[in-house]
Design a binder for this molecule. Structure first.
Ligand code: NG6
Ligand code: CA
Length: 511
């Protein structure tokens, strides 16, 4: 029914705007890394300016209840691609450097759906969903399965996340520029007693680590995990953003005359924050702020390409983040010391690793020039919904056993009058560890099966504190989730507890 309504809405909009209904948009999803609700100026930041993201928002729809599914990277990306909550899957927590592919070939994904609809599909940037078979990636050989086995025609990737080894790109199935006489080795144990690390050579580092991140050193930065070899293939952290822009623009240019889907997964503003020299010092917030400005520049460059190729009114752009903010995430980059009055999560409590709103409520903007009426939307939408929503926009039906938690909210994403977003959304932190929240309308239930949670103060993410298994908040009266009202509203809490248990147990929430 929902799908029928969307199709009708879209048909009406297309008629009103005098477009042929056969025309479906190109799709560009730009996902930032660790970007918080309050980190960009159109969401209230005043300590820095993000003119390109602001422009996207002023030409499109800015969501005040736009979510990612989890407050860490791997589970959000898993859910975005598969349309299924990550807590249903195995090994969906933060992936280690040698993780095998987490999404199995044959799984329906947003990319496979769009490919079936005739789209050219590409992913550029951070992957962090594992590569290779059960033994993990064969770094010197064919890196499969990976994105190409789940619906992407092409990929140009940072294989894990840049605080993890190795610092090499992956193009389709290979690490480019590998010299066979200098093979790449990646492991979790120190390869030789004399191998320099962030512990043994700490005084040589250009950015000190604060916790973890003290293994192999590359480019003056020590990382999680060890590696040797592959020197000709290694990149400089400072050049990542330029490379993503180059590859994203290349993909758009190559496919400008056919429908395309580009997933641009920026590494900004994840640690190690090492923006290009031309952005270093751009803000008063240190490298964390400078990385936000670098990300904003990337958004602008992609928008310029769409304009230059006359594609802005043929392209739906979605801007989102993979989880909320964190200040010190393992390196001494000044993020805490220089924060001043900047509120990375806006008015929300918590951030990365937490199921408070700060963990998953993030910047979320849609723009489709001349189709989306510019404005602000309070509808609840989530990155997990893009699979079903884009499928509906492209008139593709989803198999019953696919995208199990993805709702068709295309009408809300396009800002169509009267179209609503989700009624409820499950939030989680990392993998399948019994920490959840359920937002249903104005109410928010937290559930901690282990009765412990990361400290909710963004500046002090590492501390674990004891918490009651259930807490209830009223987001209208108390958006910052400071007053647990479970004792005053036990009947509402009971209803949400059952609803959450039902969503978890039934194995799906999509009708
Ligand atoms: C944590 C890392 C953190 C970051 C995170 C993944 C330590 C102490 N912390 O384990 O630095 O890498 O994993 O971030 O190692 S994410 O955005 O990719 O999920
Ligand atoms: Ca992240």
């Amino acid at each position: 029914m929902n799908r029928l309504i969307t199709t009708l809405f879209v048909a009406v909009v297309l008629l009103v705007t005098n477009q042929s209904p056969a025309e479906t948009p190109n799709i560009v999803v730009i996902m930032a890394d660790d970007l918080g609700y309050g980190d960009v100026s159109c969401y209230g930041a005043t300590a820095l300016e993000t003119p390109n993201i602001d422009q996207l928002a002023s030409e499109g729809l800015r969501f005040t209840s736009g979510y990612c599914s989890a407050s860490t990277c791997t589970p959000t990306r898993y859910s975005f691609l598969t349309g299924t909550y990550a807590f249903r899957g195995e090994r969906t927590g933060i992936a280690p450097p040698n993780s095998p592919a987490i999404i199995q070939p044959g799984t329906e994904t947003i990319a496979s759906v769009l490919r079936r609809a005739g789209y050219a599909t590409g992913v550029v940037g951070k992957w962090h969903l594992g590569l290779g078979g059960p033994d993990g990636p064969d770094w010197n050989g064919e890196l499969e399965p990976g994105p190409l086995e789940i619906g992407f025609d092409t990929c140009f990737l940072l294989p894990t996340t840049n605080d993890r080894v190795p610092q090499v790109y992956v193009h389709d199935h290979r690490v480019p520029n590998l010299d066979p006489s200098d093979p790449l080795w990646v492991g979790s144990k120190k390869p030789a007693p004399e191998h320099p690390t962030g512990l043994t050579h700490r005084d040589t580092l250009k950015m000190n680590w604060s916790h973890g991140h003290n293994s192999t050193i590359h480019n003056g930065i020590s990382r999680i995990g060890f590696y040797t070899g592959g020197h000709a293939a290694r990149f400089r952290d400072e050049d990542l953003a330029d490379k993503w822009v180059e590859k994203s623009n290349e993909f758009i240019e190559q496919h400008q005359n056919e429908p395309f889907f580009l997933f641009f997964a920026s590494h900004d503003i994840h640690v190690p924050r090492m923006p290009h020299e031309r952005f270093q010092g751009a803000t008063s917030l240190g490298f964390r702020g400078d990385a936000i400005v670098e990300f904003d520049w990337c958004v602008g460059e992609v928008m310029k390409t769409l304009d230059r190729l006359d594609l802005a009114d043929k392209t739906l752009v979605v801007l989102c983040s993979d989880n909320g903010p964190v200040l010190d995430d393992g390196y001494e980059d000044g993020a805490i010391e220089k924060i001043g009055n900047h509120r990375a999560a806006g008015q929300y409590t918590g951030g990365k690793y937490s199921v408070y709103e700060g963990g998953t409520r993030t910047p979320f903007i849609t723009r489709w020039t001349n189709r989306i009426q510019p404005g602000v939307s309070d509808e609840i939408v989530c990155t997990i919904d893009l699979a079903a929503s884009l499928a509906a926009l492209c008139d593709q039906s989803l198999p019953a056993n696919a995208c199990l938690d993805s709702f068709d909210v295309a009408g809300a994403l396009l800002g169509i009058d009267g179209a609503s977003g989700r009624e409820h959304i499950v939030q989680q932190n990392n993998g399948n560890n019994g920490t959840y929240a359920l937002r249903a309308g104005q109410w928010k239930l937290h559930r901690y099966d282990k009765q412990t949670a990361r400290n909710i103060v963004v500046e002090k993410q590492l501390a674990n504190t004891e918490v009651p298994q259930f807490q209830l908040f009223n987001l209208v009266d108390d958006p910052s989730e400071l007053q647990n009202v479970i004792d005053q509203h036990s009947e509402i809490a009971d209803r949400l507890k059952s609803q959450l248990a039902e969503i978890i147990q039934s194995g799906r929430s999509r009708p």
